[in-house]
Design a protein around this ligand. Structure first.
Ligand SMILES: [Zn+2]
Ligand SMILES: [Zn+2]
Length: 358
């Protein structure tokens, strides 16, 4: 499915590329749908067109060059999760181990169709794997729609645990109960957090219920309860050691996070706000409480690895978070469902299953 202009997705036939020594071809089993897919579709995010969207691919290696097979440690027939970012490996951030900040960073689904071989996104039956790809083996016995959760769950591990420094006993407040908020619950639970509080809206009742099933100790409906007071009560009057904002397009949680955090605490901002300024953002609260405020974008290998091992362990009822499967040609419906534009449908985690097309 090719995005040819904002809000226009069209089916196209492309030739399968020749594979060389260092690259590979993936047969796509599933592609997770995320908020940025909607932004790309609407043209809010700067994106080349035409382009094949889809940056959360799970699939089976169809063909692979000898060099890639050796470097990646996989072979044809292996099921893999593919990392979203392509990094150069040689710039200063790459050499410092921060490859997600690579100066020459490229992102699958944002490489134009015009650049050979064109198959740079996972809204497709096959996807090209560049020589700089990073792939992770995944248990082939898992249902594809569950295995493809490696992406949101990886974000939970990186944002709510690795960046936040969440450890045993930590008191954590997670603002927003979407797929990344729920993933953060699971990740914090795995990290041994002592108190996990999730906030959401009245309309999020089902998601907040899932948060509790996944291990949140408390949930707060911010429209019908005083979240600041509740969080203080639940943290012995101190506030949360870690506050993670994974709400999208809502600016209030950013200002509120400074109130919810305990002195010396850490606030992780991972939800995008469409470049809107934050009303009532009082920086003195950061000064007086000596807060650490961190941004979080993307996931790196350690987060993906932990996510995949966790899915394989079967220790959490993650399938309960999965709400929708779509065929490849229904990509637009999938995006609109995630964006709550389809009446009566409440998506949490959804994916395309290109392989199951009739
Ligand atoms: Zn994504
Ligand atoms: Zn680099």
């Amino acid at each position: 499915m090719v995005l040819t202009a904002p809000r226009r997705l069209e089916p196209r036939e492309l030739p399968l590329p020749e594979i060389g020594h260092d690259d590979a071809l993936l047969r796509v089993e599933a592609c997770g749908i995320c908020g940025s897919d909607y932004e790309q579709f609407e043209g809010v995010l700067r994106t080349p067109v035409p382009v094949i969207p889809g940056h959360e691919p799970l699939g089976v290696i169809e063909r692979i060059g000898d060099g890639a097979a050796r470097r990646w440690g996989v072979d044809a027939g292996d099921r893999v999760a593919v990392e979203t970012m392509l990094s150069c490996r040689f710039c200063p951030p790459c050499l410092a181990g921060q490859y997600h900040l690579c100066r020459a960073r490229r992102i699958y689904s944002y490489v134009p169709l015009a650049e050979a071989p064109g198959l740079w996104g996972a809204y497709a039956e096959f996807m090209y794997l560049d020589a700089n790809s990073i792939v992770h083996r995944v248990d082939p016995a898992l249902p594809a729609e569950l295995a493809v959760m490696f992406n949101p769950l990886g974000a939970g591990f990186r944002w709510a645990v690795e960046i936040a420094g969440t450890g045993p006993g930590a008191r954590v407040a997670i603002l927003g109960p979407g797929q990344r908020g729920l993933a953060s619950v699971v990740a914090c639970r795995e990290a041994g957090a002592g108190t996990i509080i999730v906030t959401g809206l009245e309309a999020d009742a089902r998601k907040l219920e899932l948060a509790r099933e996944f291990g949140a100790h408390h949930t707060v409906d911010v429209q019908n309860d005083d979240a600041g007071r509740r969080i203080r009560e639940l943290t012995d009057g101190l506030g949360a050691d870690v506050v993670i904002d994974v709400s999208s397009y809502s600016t209030a949680p950013v200002a509120d996070a400074l109130d919810y955090a305990a002195p010396g605490g850490t606030v992780v901002l991972a939800g995008v706000k469409g470049f809107e300024p934050i009303p009532d953002f009082v920086s003195d609260k950061i000064v007086l409480k000596e807060l650490t405020v961190r941004g979080a974008i993307g996931v790196t290998s350690s987060g993906y690895d932990r996510a995949i091992r966790l899915i394989e362990s079967g220790r959490y009822p993650l399938a309960r978070m999965h709400t929708h499967d779509f065929g490849l040609r229904d990509a637009e419906l999938a995006i609109r469902t995630l964006a709550r534009q389809v009446e009566g449908e409440a998506s949490i985690h959804s994916c395309l299953l290109p392989g199951r097309e009739a």
